[in-house]
Ligand binder design. Structure first.
Ligand code: XIL
Length: 320
């Protein structure tokens, strides 16, 4: 029987999922599901600075190493996630550092981490979630301590460390026209024009079926980004729903249709050759899982709590 994985491969496409150390380390069903159904993984948390550098100057790649090894052994491509983000280790947040110290620390951190996996990562989410909804740079630790240069520096450092990995800027709510989307495209295009090595833009796409959604808007934004020379990948798709019990089936059907239209757009675009969902099965979603009617945290993914295919899975498969 065909899987989305095999059909995606026929289209030279990566069909990925986020993968987390817990349950990766203790649930063989989870590992089986991932290696059978996907051909790519994003390391969900274990390459984030909070986990990689729990103390100043001390690197811990043990969990990420195990996961990357599993991916290599099973023919899964790996997306590195994420080098520069507003979430930072407590010792950095609480510490007293000069601008130079912080710049050097970030450079060393980015290059050590990228080199650790050199040649084994198809794309790095270099900078994550740098813009706010108005289109201004978020007042995060890096902006405050380094200044707005932190973005271009991070890309240049990553490029030096692994010239072959694709380098991405990744964000949420950048898939529809908005002040944030406009500012992102403008800002990144300017950097690109002056030679900053930014290959692409990641659209996270954490969606909710209760919200309005127009797939043609997504396509317009993807076109705009591609016209500026960027690759566009879908990096963290999930679609949550809130149900009353009785309307669960209807809601899951809507969810399935939305998943399918997003895959369809991705297939139509020239550069969207990586489509990643943010978790393999509902109980492992970052937004949680409960079967309680009324909860907004239920059922966001493609496989259910028994690791079985959901309507959304079948709807995506039917697109190919
Ligand atoms: C989330 C993980 O899924 C959770 O397990 C963790 O507790 C917090 O981070 N945008 C991102 C991801 O770029 O890194 C986030 O992942 C989800 C939102």
């Amino acid at each position: 029987q065909h899987t989305i994985r095999s059909m995606a491969e026929d289209e030279q496409m990566l069909f990925g999922t986020a993968m987390r150390y817990q349950p990766f380390s203790d649930d063989s069903g989870y590992r089986e599901l991932i290696k059978n159904e996907f051909n790519a993984v994003t390391i969900e948390n274990e390459m984030k600075m909070e986990l990689v550098m729990p103390e100043r100057g001390k690197y811990d790649f043990s969990q990420a190493d195990e996961m990357v090894q599993f991916a290599d052994e099973n023919g899964l491509q790996v997306r590195g996630h994420t080098l520069v983000w507003e979430r930072i280790p407590w010792w950095l947040d609480q510490g007293n550092f000069t601008r130079d110290e912080i710049t050097n620390l970030l450079k060393e951190y980015v290059q050590t981490t990228v080199k650790q996996y050199q040649g084994r990562i198809y794309a790095w989410d270099v900078v994550n979630e740098a813009f706010d909804n108005k289109g201004n740079l978020k007042e995060n630790f890096w902006l405050q301590h380094i200044g707005s240069d932190y973005i271009e520096l991070a890309f240049r450092w990553a490029k030096e460390a692994d010239p072959d990995a694709l380098l991405f800027y990744n964000d949420y709510e950048n898939e529809v026209p908005s002040a944030k989307t406009e500012a992102t495209i403008k800002w990144l295009s300017e950097l690109r024009q002056k030679g900053v090595p930014i290959d692409g833009i990641g659209m996270q796409m954490h969606l909710d079926i209760a919200n309005d959604f127009h797939v043609d808007q997504v396509q317009n934004v993807m076109n705009q980004m591609e016209q500026e020379g960027f690759l566009v990948h879908i990096t963290e798709l999930d679609i949550k729903l809130q149900h009353s019990g009785e309307d669960l089936e209807t809601k899951q059907q809507l969810q399935a249709e939305r998943y399918a239209e997003i895959m369809k757009v991705c297939l139509q675009q020239a550069t969207c050759d990586s489509f990643t969902v943010w978790g393999a099965a509902d109980p492992y979603s970052w937004i949680g899982f409960t079967e309680e009617p009324g909860a907004s945290v239920a059922y966001p993914l493609l496989f259910d709590d028994k690791l079985k295919r959901k309507p959304a899975y079948k709807a995506i498969k039917a697109i190919f």
